[in-house]
Design a protein around this ligand. Sequence first.
Ligand SMILES: Cc1cc2nc3c(=O)[nH]c(=O)nc-3n(C[C@H](O)[C@H](O)[C@H](O)COP(=O)(O)OP(=O)(O)OC[C@H]3O[C@@H](n4cnc5c(N)ncnc54)[C@H](O)[C@@H]3O)c2cc1C
Ligand SMILES: NC(=O)c1ccc[n+]([C@@H]2O[C@H](COP(=O)([O-])OP(=O)(O)OC[C@H]3O[C@@H](n4cnc5c(N)ncnc54)[C@H](OP(=O)(O)O)[C@@H]3O)[C@@H](O)[C@H]2O)c1
Length: 434
Amino acid sequence: MTRDLIGIGVGPFNLGLAALADPLTELDTVFLEQREDFAWHPGMLLPGATLQVPFLADLVSLADPTSRFSFLNWLKRTGRLYRFYIREEFAPLRAEFDRYCRWAAHELPSVRFGRHVQAVTHDGPHWQVHSIDTRTGDRHTDTARHLVLGTGTPPHVPPVCAGLGRDGAPVVHTSGYLPSRDRLVAAARGGTITVLGSGQSAAEVYRDLLPDARREGYRVDWVTRSPRFFPLEYTKLTLEITSPDHVDHFHGLPPGARDELLAAQASLYKGIDGDVVDELYDLLYELDLDGPPPTRLLTSTELVGAERDGDRVDLAWRHVQTGEEFGTTTDALVLATGYRQQVPDFLAPVADRFRWDDRGRFDVRRDWTVDHEGTAFVQNGEAHTHGFTAPDLGMAAHRNSAILRSVTGREVYPVERSIAFQTFGAPAREEARA
Ligand SMILES: Cc1cc2nc3c(=O)[nH]c(=O)nc-3n(C[C@H](O)[C@H](O)[C@H](O)COP(=O)(O)OP(=O)(O)OC[C@H]3O[C@@H](n4cnc5c(N)ncnc54)[C@H](O)[C@@H]3O)c2cc1C
Ligand SMILES: NC(=O)c1ccc[n+]([C@@H]2O[C@H](COP(=O)([O-])OP(=O)(O)OC[C@H]3O[C@@H](n4cnc5c(N)ncnc54)[C@H](OP(=O)(O)O)[C@@H]3O)[C@@H](O)[C@H]2O)c1
């Protein structure tokens, strides 16, 4: 049986696509997920953590506000809609969003859990997706006309830290933080725990560790190579960058200019929520009542070496501005060093069907197709071609509407062309686009 579409990976992006495709009776789809159930970055489901986008950026609403898979419908069905209304907060809890997505996944017959995709091949007209059932070991091959890659971005471990966490050493990336927390704290008692990086994950882990530091008897060193613990910028004209207008502009730039622009936009996607920055300062202020807080905050400090020394880790640092080098020893290390786009290994057999740039990255077309024939799409693997909003939940409904337009040949959900008040390119070019 040849399906219309196979989605590989079921994070929020392909789950949103499955939800938007569900009412389309003309489409036969299947979505394969290696986990045995839905889980949204489970290692970071910290108490009190909220989404960084409003609930409208759920799986479907920005494409189809009437969809039964909306966050509001989930609240209604679970009897919590009035409580959400009275709470008057736009951002759902992360734990709540995780449960909402799990509910949607269970409502969707096209989603298959426990299916690890091992290879993709092509028989001429169709894609073939080879997966293994993680529970039974059974092998499956699914065939389809279209492929949508939605396998997310793997955790990034700095090369100097490669292998440090082997043999159960207390060194973890934030993606594995929660299940390791007790082990890290036990290792750090009477010593130090170091958090590396200054994005939102680092701030949330620091906020989680610092309040217990005195009682548990450890110090938290928070170190970033950035010149400051900078906030994410949320002002409204800047938020207009989350728009098809900016994707058009960004995609139209030459590759070198895109890379430069992306690097210059760090404070739009790499920083810390401003409220969390203030909350952390207030926590330090309160702890200071009883003497210097058990912590050190180091900026402009780059990690240049790391070596296991028995149960501890020796860290070598270089100050970015002064060039001074120094060392610290830590009893536990949390790598809050983010995530990186990576081409999935399972594409190796069909690599020649895909479009690549001169740095070995996907060369993604404006319509999110990435193979020569235009039948394979990528979600969240296109920051270098479409801009930093590639991992943004707020752009997912738009991207999924566009993917469904390509697959069905009709605009099932309206695909906005322009939503911004401002113009990102030169006016003449923008007028031609309109
Ligand atoms: C802690 C955290 C919080 C975030 N919060 C926000 C936020 O509030 N707002 C926002 O806009 N963005 C947020 N982001 C960024 C982004 O929205 C998320 O990373 C989002 O989960 C990306 O969705 P995804 O579908 O691309 O990938 P993922 O959620 O990573 O899902 C990919 C799925 O593919 C599966 N998979 C991988 N390989 C295979 C394979 N070979 N076979 C089968 N399945 C496979 C994985 O098991 C996984 O379930 C956050 C990121 C992190 C890390
Ligand atoms: N509650 C939430 O909604 C929530 C929670 C967590 C994360 N998120 C989102 O998820 C995404 C990822 O966030 P994140 O905090 O995990 O990652 P991130 O924003 O990419 O931050 C990674 C941090 O690690 C540092 N880093 C990377 N490599 C390094 C190296 N080799 N040596 C030293 N430092 C290094 C970076 O420093 P440089 O800047 O110097 O490279 C940066 O400070 C973001 O979009 C974030 O907003 C959301």
